[in-house]
Design a protein around this ligand. Structure first.
Ligand code: SF4
Ligand SMILES: [Zn+2]
Length: 454
């Protein structure tokens, strides 16, 4: 887990700073981003980052201190920002709640520092309080989406959250999420988790049960616990992993996310046994990212049987094990069968997620070979006719594919315990027609949001 917003250089930590830092790192915090609020604290932030491997710094003038930003101090910030452990410009923004600097000074300091971030190619750490519309307007006008960043301690509404996300900004959630009646709870449930990071804003905003006392980076765990509770059935580990990846992407931090063969999400274990596919779907997640729910699925080679088996731990502790991943599992049919055999010997429930082209790929009916090995087959039919299938899925087998996928579903229904067809919820797909087809085949139908993967 990463605390993406801490003020460890503040005087509240003068007595025990190194103890607080050690405590965080020995309790699961992997990295801390320490945030500058003026010239002095930006220097302090860089100093902390120099002293500690896993602390990174940001530099900038907080809206409270906007009135003291001069040409000279802006130049000093620019010099500090060149340090290799400076990960962002911030915190900058607008605070019309406390109004500690005149509003025009706040807006002008905000704009100047966005320009600086764009010059340096650094993301922004943005503080906004009671000035959401004004802040979003400035971010739009300055084309801040070029560098993106985080709206820290997010307290806006859902619409503002979505606007910010569309502009490439992450939302920083902290201890306020644990407070009763926090509006951010419903925002957190609605927005994509791929754009959320967690923070403490220590020494302020302690999460419950430490509310009112000094906050510290180790308490970021309490924010994650609250967030994963809100996002159930995602687990704490799911939410921790995804938000850590988000923070690394946001601040350009290297975290060594190696390609995964076995990867848990919720209470299932997924197996990524190939990166090859016989389709080239226009909507495929592989066109956009290497990551699904915080797991890197881009493999540097096709895994061997041994590698797959070694990647599976405690198969019995999952509800099911699913052949899925970043490609079409039946392309590796022999490996799939061997691994499934190994799992069935342990009485594990096994599912195959497939594009239904196994028979085309192997030029024979492979379904009988899956009997006793696969309990559930989930087939991505995606659309309702062959013209749409060819256009959207671009199968290697051309206009032969759609009919063969349907035939695969029919055969699977005949021989295997459970068959599910999945189709995409998009305007051009005729869901009524899909329902009719699944009724005829006697299989279950699942309608899938093509934007949501994993
Ligand atoms: S079938 Fe699945 S893995 Fe293959 S291209 Fe389509 S969406 Fe991607
Ligand atoms: Zn702050």
């Amino acid at each position: 887990m990463i605390d993406t917003h801490a003020h460890l250089d503040f005087k509240q930590f003068d007595q025990d700073r190194s103890k607080v830092i050690d405590y965080a790192f020995s309790n699961g915090v992997e990295k801390i981003i320490n945030i500058g609020v003026d010239l002095e604290s930006s220097k302090g932030s860089v100093k902390l980052a120099q002293e500690h491997d896993r602390i990174y710094a940001t530099v900038g003038f907080h809206p409270h201190d906007a009135k003291s930003l001069t040409e000279e101090s802006l130049k000093r910030i620019a010099d500090l920002a060149k340090h290799k452990k400076v990960a962002a410009i911030g915190e900058i923004g607008l605070d019309f709640y406390r109004d500690l600097s005149p509003r025009e000074d706040q807006a002008s300091a905000f704009r100047k520092q966005i320009d600086l971030a764009k010059d340096l190619g650094l993301p922004l750490v943005v503080h906004v309080r009671e000035a959401w519309e004004q802040a979003l307007t400035i971010l739009r006008e300055t084309e801040a989406s070029e560098v993106g960043g985080v709206l820290h301690s997010f307290s806006g509404n859902l619409e503002q959250a979505k606007t910010a996300q569309d502009m490439g900004f992450y939302l920083g959630l902290n201890g306020t999420l644990t407070y009763p009646n926090s509006r951010t709870q419903s925002v957190a449930r609605e927005v994509s988790l791929d754009t959320i990071v967690v923070e403490t804003d220590c020494p302020f905003l302690s999460p419950i049960p430490h509310r009112g006392k000094r906050n510290q980076p180790a308490y970021v765990r309490l924010v994650l616990e609250k967030l994963s509770g809100l996002l159930h059935p995602l687990t704490f580990q799911d939410v921790e992993r995804i938000t850590t990846l988000n923070a690394c992407r946001l601040f350009g931090l290297n975290h060594g996310f190696a390609g995964r063969i076995a990867y848990p999400i919720r209470d299932s274990l997924y197996l990524n046994i190939t990166n090859q596919c016989s389709n080239a779907c226009l909507f495929c997640v592989r066109n956009r990212t290497d990551f699904v729910k915080g797991h890197n699925l881009r493999l540097d080679h096709e895994p061997t049987y041994r590698e797959v088996i070694d990647s599976i731990n405690h198969a019995n502790s999952y509800r099911e094990v699913v052949f899925c991943g970043y490609g079409e599992p039946t392309i590796r049919l022999d490996l799939l069968k061997e691994v499934a055999q190994h799992l069935k010997r342990k009485n594990v429930e096994v599912r195959l997620n497939t594009n239904g082209q196994g028979n085309l790929i192997h030029k024979r009916n492979i379904v009988p070979e899956l009997v006793g090995l696969i309990d559930t087959v989930s087939i991505s039919l995606n659309v309702d006719d062959d013209e749409k299938y060819e256009r959207l899925c671009q199968p290697r087998f051309g206009d032969n594919a759609f009919g063969q996928v349907v035939a695969f579903a029919r055969e699977s229904k005949r021989l295997l315990p459970r068959t599910i067809l999945t189709v995409l919820d998009m305007p051009e797909v005729d869901l009524k027609k899909c329902e009719k087809l699944s009724r005829e085949l006697g299989v279950e139908l699942r309608i899938r949001d093509y934007n949501k993967v994993g």
